[in-house]
Design a protein around this ligand. Structure first.
Ligand SMILES: *[C@@H]1O[C@H](CO)[C@@H](O)[C@H](O)[C@H]1NC(C)=O
Ligand SMILES: *[C@@H]1O[C@H](CO)[C@@H](O)[C@H](O)[C@H]1NC(C)=O
Ligand SMILES: *[C@@H]1O[C@H](CO)[C@@H](O)[C@H](O)[C@H]1NC(C)=O
Ligand SMILES: *[C@@H]1O[C@H](CO)[C@@H](O)[C@H](O)[C@H]1NC(C)=O
Length: 203
């Protein structure tokens, strides 16, 4: 009996001691993100987001759902000492915008459309998995700076007016580019600056 209590006590102590270690261990973010990136590669974006749609097909999105490299520098520029805008805030925004974009495209696709069945559903699941790890790694909820919070609010605003037409492919193209800029540490390669805004050219 004593032995059992000892064992129990040690077990409990061990558990208690281990807890902070357990709960502070970060999960690997780059693995899930690399999987997302493979799914987002140029071949698949072109095939599933362009070729499987009528020529010049567009869908309606809120202005705030267009999130490009240019937006990143502009938003970082709204940072103040009092209310700093961190890369983390922009990562939050990126995730919301991308998931919203995928949802918008799914909403217009018939049940049996190949883009839905062979691509977007999988992609959404990969993003959800990434989102789980991403939120797990956030120790505490940080309040978003006002400039970012306002954008988040407008993305989900039910009474929104002023829609913008975009191609389905552009949603993922933008997500792909901004992902490289906002999660640089996962895509270290040749010291390439993924945040550099490309010179205007038609793709
Ligand atoms: C993109 O991914 C598909 C499927 O995994 C693969 O077949 C294709 O070669 C990839 N394309 C590029 C450009 O990496
Ligand atoms: C698609 O858009 C381009 C550029 O706006 C235009 O030149 C072309 O005629 C359009 N094609 C069709 C089939 O509407
Ligand atoms: C990005 O910039 C465009 C054009 O200025 C703007 O309409 C859009 O709301 C911005 N998106 C975000 C997420 O700030
Ligand atoms: C950032 O803000 C400053 C002043 O507020 C302005 O001069 C500069 O052009 C801005 N840069 C960008 C990239 O918007």
């Amino acid at each position: 009996m004593v032995q059992f209590e000892n064992w129990l006590l040690r077990g409990l102590l061990g558990f208690v001691c281990l807890l902070p270690v357990c709960s502070s261990a970060e999960q690997d973010l780059c693995g899930p993100l690399t999987t997302v990136r493979e799914k987002l590669n140029a071949t698949q974006r072109r095939r599933f987001m362009k070729m499987y749609f009528p020529i010049n097909y567009t869908i309606q999105v809120h202005y705030e759902e267009v999130f490009k490299l240019r937006n990143i520098s502009r938003l970082l520029n709204t940072s103040t000492e009092h209310e700093p805008v961190l890369v983390k805030d922009l990562q939050d925004l990126w995730l919301s915008v991308t998931l919203q974009g995928i949802k918008r495209v799914l909403r217009v696709l018939p049940d049996r459309h190949p883009t839905r069945r062979k691509y977007l559903q999988d992609l959404e699941n990969l993003f959800r998995h990434f989102e789980g790890v991403y939120h797990f790694n956030q120790k505490e909820q940080r309040e978003l700076p006002e400039s970012i919070q306002n954008i988040m609010d407008r993305i989900t605003d039910q009474n929104y007016h002023g829609w913008k037409s975009v191609t389905p492919k552009s949603i993922l193209d933008n997500s792909y580019r901004t992902m490289h800029c906002l999660f640089k540490e996962c895509f270290r390669k040749d010291n390439y600056d993924y945040c550099e805004v490309p010179k205007k050219k038609t793709t």
